[in-house]
Write a protein that binds this ligand. Structure first.
Ligand SMILES: Cc1cc2nc3c(=O)[nH]c(=O)nc-3n(C[C@H](O)[C@H](O)[C@H](O)COP(=O)(O)OP(=O)(O)OC[C@H]3O[C@@H](n4cnc5c(N)ncnc54)[C@H](O)[C@@H]3O)c2cc1C
Ligand SMILES: NC(=O)c1ccc[n+]([C@@H]2O[C@H](COP(=O)([O-])OP(=O)(O)OC[C@H]3O[C@@H](n4cnc5c(N)ncnc54)[C@H](OP(=O)(O)O)[C@@H]3O)[C@@H](O)[C@H]2O)c1
Length: 264
């Protein structure tokens, strides 16, 4: 007789953890094998599951890898009393994880119309879907510049900093395009850094585009995607709407698209 646990497992692929890297007491990355039939669009998320033997616990996770990579990768928070990540943070290479068979999401390339500059606004683990998007060759055809903003409380939480400054320029498929078109804009809010404060302040005073040598943000030409905590999402959406941006969704391209990086 099949149990509730078996039924949940039917919707998930078993994968094997191949690598785990810890960055801070709150953040780590994971790599896993990729099932041959697992397909997704850049920017999507799926369920990541852990089978405790008694039950399967699962949570939504964005893939950070490119759609064409051989392995899957994820960026994860560690919530000490969280049912999922209090366990997930202890996984090691060789262990089994489960991956949802039906990835979905609203931060896909077709959710926003082509345009001049694409602004990707993220806080914390909200950068995850954008790591996949910026490895998609198509994004560099659709926009002149891609501005990737990552706002974190602490500098150590800018986990892709080195990759975004240099590593991606060596990427065999999009390295040249990224070097010419991708502009990284980190900011740190709770300690000293060369750029501090919430991105909203940098939007208000125009330093976001000013520092990057771009023309002023323009809803007619520019597009945006937002991924972060509930509070940040609300603030950014209000800000974009007040500047004349219209929402888009997959299937109906608009001026901006959003996804919750976690439920508050
Ligand atoms: C569409 C979507 C995509 C997501 N993608 C990712 C991802 O790529 N990486 C990731 O780490 N999480 C992601 N999450 C959050 C993830 O699903 C879980 O919430 C997270 O794994 C924590 O699970 P938990 O059971 O340990 O704690 P939960 O009980 O789920 O959460 C407890 C509390 O911890 C905080 N929290 C949860 N997740 C985060 C987070 N990511 N960053 C900061 N605070 C958080 C919130 O305050 C939440 O109320 C995503 C959520 C959604 C809805
Ligand atoms: N126990 C710990 O040590 C610890 C540490 C960090 C977080 N947490 C908890 O973990 C959860 C998520 O933390 P997180 O750091 O990933 O996410 P977060 O609290 O949402 O903050 C991430 C970044 O987004 C900024 N931000 C928050 N709201 C914003 C808004 N409305 N507009 C623009 N920027 C905004 C923050 O700036 P500000 O710094 O200005 O808020 C911070 O730089 C929270 O519930 C938090 O209480 C715990």
């Amino acid at each position: 007789m099949s149990t509730a646990r078996d039924k949940i497992r039917e919707k998930l692929f078993p994968v094997e953890v191949t690598d785990v890297q810890h960055y801070t007491d709150r953040l780590f990355t994971l790599r896993t094998t990729r099932p041959g039939t697992f397909r997704f669009e850049a920017g999507e998320f799926t369920m990541l599951g852990l089978d405790t033997g008694q039950e399967v616990i699962q949570r939504a996770y964005s893939m950070t890898n490119a759609t064409y990579d051989e392995e899957l990768s994820f960026l994860s928070i560690k919530v000490q009393d969280g049912a999922f990540t209090s366990r997930l943070q202890y996984v090691e290479a060789g262990q089994e994880l489960l991956v949802g068979k039906k990835p979905t999401g609203t931060l896909t390339i077709d959710a926003v119309a082509p345009g001049r500059n694409l602004y990707l606004f993220s806080t914390g683990t909200g950068i995850a879907p954008f790591m996949s998007l910026i490895q998609e060759p198509e994004i560099y055809n659709r926009y002149e510049r891609i501005v990737l903003n990552h706002t974190c409380r602490l500098q150590a939480e800018l986990v892709y900093d080195q990759y975004l400054r240099a590593g991606i320029h060596e990427h065999p498929l999009v390295g040249e395009e990224a070097a010419a078109q991708l502009l990284y804009y980190p900011t740190v809010t709770r300690e000293d850094y060369y750029r501090t404060g919430r991105v909203t302040g940098h939007l208000e005073d125009g330093s976001l585009w000013g520092e990057l040598g771009l023309d002023k943000l323009d809803p007619e030409q520019d597009r945006a995607m937002v991924c972060g905590g509930p509070d940040m999402l609300e603030t950014l959406v209000d800000e974009l709407k007040s500047r004349g941006f219209d929402p888009g969704d997959r299937g109906e391209a608009g001026g901006y698209a959003i996804e919750k990086a976690f439920v508050g």
